[in-house]
Design a protein. Structure first.
Length: 175
């Protein structure tokens, strides 16, 4: 559930929201709203099973940051890292094919984390404990074949921007 009241306005508080997506376009819209709240140096850790929409969410994040809509954002599963130039550079990192945590740092991940862009890391659960404290965690989970829950846990700046979207996309809980 989304936090209410003064906690949302506090810049450094940890807050969380859960969204429901029934279509890839809704997942992109959630990502776009999150992307608008991001700035240089932010790290987004994406956690979820295969096919839950991590790359789809990243496409929305890229649009929210300002990457032109015609620009293709694709999964870096085979290249491990895709870089996208825009108003703020985006470093899209996929850890799925790395079998050892140590290999992540051999890629130069620390340079991306300390760089002048936003890092979006798919399969980040493998190194979550090694990421900066200000990392925004987004967990995507299956509800059914076409529906997902998307839990956003991060600093107040994300929740402040996404709160209005909650009312648009959240489906009433079924009793």
């Amino acid at each position: 559930m989304a936090s209410q009241g003064a906690d949302i306005e506090t810049a450094n508080c940890m807050t969380g929201q859960t969204f429901h997506s029934n279509h890839p376009d809704e997942t992109r819209q959630i990502g776009e709203t999150v992307g608008r709240a991001l700035t240089t140096g932010d790290v987004v850790a994406l956690i979820g099973d295969l096919g839950t929409g991590k790359t789809c969410l990243t496409q929305g994040i890229a649009r929210g940051i300002g990457l032109h809509a015609d620009r293709l954002v694709s999964s870096p599963s085979y290249t491990l890292i895709n870089e996208y130039e825009g108003p703020i550079p985006i470093y899209h990192i996929d850890l799925y094919r790395l079998d050892k945590r140590d290999h992540v740092w051999e890629l130069g991940l620390d340079e991306y984390l300390e760089g002048d862009g936003v890092c979006v890391i798919e399969w980040a659960d493998a190194i979550l404990d090694q990421l900066p404290k200000h990392t925004i965690q987004i967990k995507l989970c299956w509800i059914d074949e076409s529906s997902r829950t998307i839990e956003v846990n991060g600093r107040g700046n994300v929740s402040t921007h996404t709160l209005p979207l909650t009312k648009e996309l959240r489906k009433p809980e079924q009793a």
